[in-house]
Design a binder for this molecule. Structure first.
Ligand SMILES: O=C1O[C@H](COP(=O)(O)O)[C@@H](O)[C@H](O)[C@H]1O
Length: 234
């Protein structure tokens, strides 16, 4: 596991952007699963403002680790946020964007997206193998849309699963645990003091860490990165 600690959220985004530039230079094609939520928004803003030319966007194929079951115009849409903060600002071929259709019926969409992934992402050991899966961490220890009361999704045999937000009841579509763990590299991006208690338990194997989905993210044959700011890592 590689731990990167930067001063503040902006520095985390800068460090991760440099990591992406490097990966982009050294690869012909990258299948990347993005996360949603508030943390990646700053990364997308920085990529669009400062790295538009440093990255060969035609090599980047974007998928999502999870999506809220809402239309792309909804403020909760992970795709909608990425489009507004990144895709609309850098020239990326439309064919490279593989979004989860959050407006569709969740079960059917989980199946359709599983096929989409299997069709385009090379498999190993019978599972799709992403080059990079970017993840966030919820204050309850969830990651992607695998929540603590739905731990079975960590072992699901499907590529994509339907999850339910425990408080709002909102339906979500998420990559399953085995597919996340089959990636070549997995990177958590976590900032802010509200995340610190869970980061500490997970990284130090303390308290109830086993009950947090994020602590079960361990690449079977890849590298795990944690990019943290000082507040999250305190
Ligand atoms: O609901 C979600 O939450 C997590 C964490 O998000 P953040 O806003 O605290 O950064 C995120 O990774 C996931 O993609 C998202 O759907």
């Amino acid at each position: 596991m590689e731990l990167h600690i930067s001063k503040n959220p902006r520095a985390v985004a800068e460090d991760f952007a440099a990591f992406l530039v490097d990966l982009n230079k050294n690869s012909d094609k990258l299948n990347i699963a993005l996360s949603g939520g508030s943390t990646p928004q700053l990364l997308f803003d920085i990529l669009a403002a400062d790295y538009k030319k440093a990255i060969d966007w035609s090599k980047m194929h974007f998928y999502w680790g999870d999506e809220r079951c809402v239309p792309p115009t909804d403020k909760d849409s992970n795709y909608g946020m990425t489009k507004a903060h990144l895709f609309d600002k850098v020239g990326i071929p439309e064919a490279n964007i593989h979004r989860i259709l959050g407006e569709n019926e969740p079960r059917q969409e989980a199946q359709r997206y599983s096929h989409e992934i299997k069709k385009n992402v090379t498999s190993s050991d019978g599972l799709p193998r992403f080059d990079l899966v970017i993840l966030g961490l919820g204050t309850d220890g969830h990651t992607a849309s695998i929540f603590p009361d739905q731990m079975e999704l960590l072992k699901a045999t499907e590529t994509c699963v339907v999850a339910t937000h425990p408080e709002t009841g909102q339906k979500r579509i998420s990559l399953s645990g085995p597919v996340i763990n089959n990636a070549k590299s997995i990177s958590f991006l976590v900032t802010g003091e509200t995340k610190q208690p869970k980061v500490r338990e997970i990284l130090k194997h303390r308290g109830k860490f086993r009950t947090y989905p994020a602590s079960h993210i361990k690449p079977t044959n890849g590298v795990l990165y944690w990019f943290l700011d000082e507040a999250a890592s305190a």
